[in-house]
Ligand binder design. Structure first.
Ligand code: S3P
Length: 169
């Protein structure tokens, strides 16, 4: 289906890098979080608050199924928790080339400083929450991905170039 799919932890740069790549290589850019908010008619923190995480996860799978019918030759940024569900990993593989953007806890903390729109990082001890989630997820991201790219210490433009290297290989 010729799509490029960016997965990885919150703050890995999936959206910024995806937009940069799409602009440079003239592709459409899509974001599962944004599509999900449109479908639900509300913002992610509101969905978590009013309907809970399980409902949010169900909507993520619905968004992926919709994308399988419509998404071609695009760059897709995927919510950080989406690949955790096995069914979603299968759908991602069907959609295109999956690239895992790697990062570390300190970089995530820095990149998300001041952002309050991540329900899973609400409250105190943000660093501890990030570390725990990262430990639980990094193997899953690797399993879901065709390629892995390190983003720590690299600019958005540099990471977009790395993506180009692996997809044109
Ligand atoms: C989540 C990541 C968020 C968003 C939601 C849950 C997660 O997306 O889908 O807050 O479980 O890691 P980003 O990875 O784009 O921040």
């Amino acid at each position: 289906m010729d799509n490029i799919i960016l997965i990885g932890f919150m703050g890995a740069g999936k959206t910024s890098v995806g937009k940069e790549y799409a602009l440079k290589y003239q592709k459409s850019f899509l974001d599962t979080d944004q599509l999900l908010e449109q479908k639900a008619g509300m913002k992610i923190p509101q969905i978590f608050e009013q309907h809970g995480e399980a409902h949010f996860r169900m909507l993520e799978t619905e968004v992926l199924r919709d994308l399988l019918l419509s998404c071609r030759a695009s760059v897709l940024s995927v919510g950080g928790g989406l690949p955790v569900k096995e069914e979603n990993r299968r759908l991602l593989k069907q959609l295109g080339t999956v690239i895992y953007l790697q990062t570390d806890a300190d970089t995530v903390l820095e990149r998300l400083k001041g952002f309050k729109n991540r329900p899973l990082l609400k409250g105190n001890d943000r660093r501890e929450k990030i570390l725990q989630l990262m430990e639980a997820r990094s193997g899953i991201y690797s399993e879901a991905a065709d390629y892995e790219i390190q983003t720590v210490g690299r600019t958005v433009v540099q990471v977009a170039e790395e993506i180009n290297k692996v997809v044109v290989k």
